[in-house]
Design a protein around this ligand. Structure first.
Ligand code: 4NP
Length: 158
């Protein structure tokens, strides 16, 4: 581990019911497997507040459960007040990235914003696609991408 500080990571997508809660659950699972739960905090939030309070989409919960991830996050909107609380704010796609850049209260905070796809090495894809209007394969693709990105993200920190 590079330092003793607690690393706080916020995953952000549009609805906070598909991609970002899955990223949170996958990242938390990696942290647990590495016995590093005292060193990391993960959360997720959405740019659209219409799903506030909801569990992740049932299709995502089902696909994630089949891989051993129990997704129990309740959707919440991201806020400019989140920035001081987190070290990294990770956007799932370019629209999320641009919206977060506008939301960041300072230049220093805007430097915390990263793209999830920046942590992909093997897929040649530049964003995590929104699976909301896709079929089952879309959810499986998103989980494949998030597993790789979360693993690389974890390795980039430790
Ligand atoms: P997410 O997917 O951003 O991965 O949570 C979406 C979920 C809901 C909506 C859009 C995207 N929606 O418009 O309701």
């Amino acid at each position: 581990m590079s330092t003793n500080k607690i690393h706080k990571i916020l995953f952000v997508c549009l609805g906070n019911i598909c991609r970002s809660p899955a990223a949170q659950g996958i990242f938390e699972s990696i942290v647990e497997k590495n016995n590093a739960s005292d060193r990391f905090e993960a959360d997720s939030a959405g740019l659209y507040s219409g799903h506030r309070g909801q569990l992740p989409d049932a299709r995502m919960r089902r696909a994630a459960a089949a891989r051993g991830y129990g997704l129990i996050h309740r959707a919440r909107p991201v806020s400019s007040l989140d920035f001081p609380d987190f070290d990294l704010v990770i956007a799932m796609d370019d629209e999320n990235y641009e919206a977060l850049m506008h939301l960041a209260p300072s230049v220093e905070d805007s430097r915390k914003i990263k793209r999830m796809a920046d942590y992909l090495t093997s897929h040649g894809i530049s964003y995590i696609p929104d699976p909301y209007y896709m079929g089952h394969d879309g959810f499986e693709l998103v989980l494949d991408l998030l597993e790789e990105a979360c693993s690389n993200l974890y390795r980039s920190i430790v």
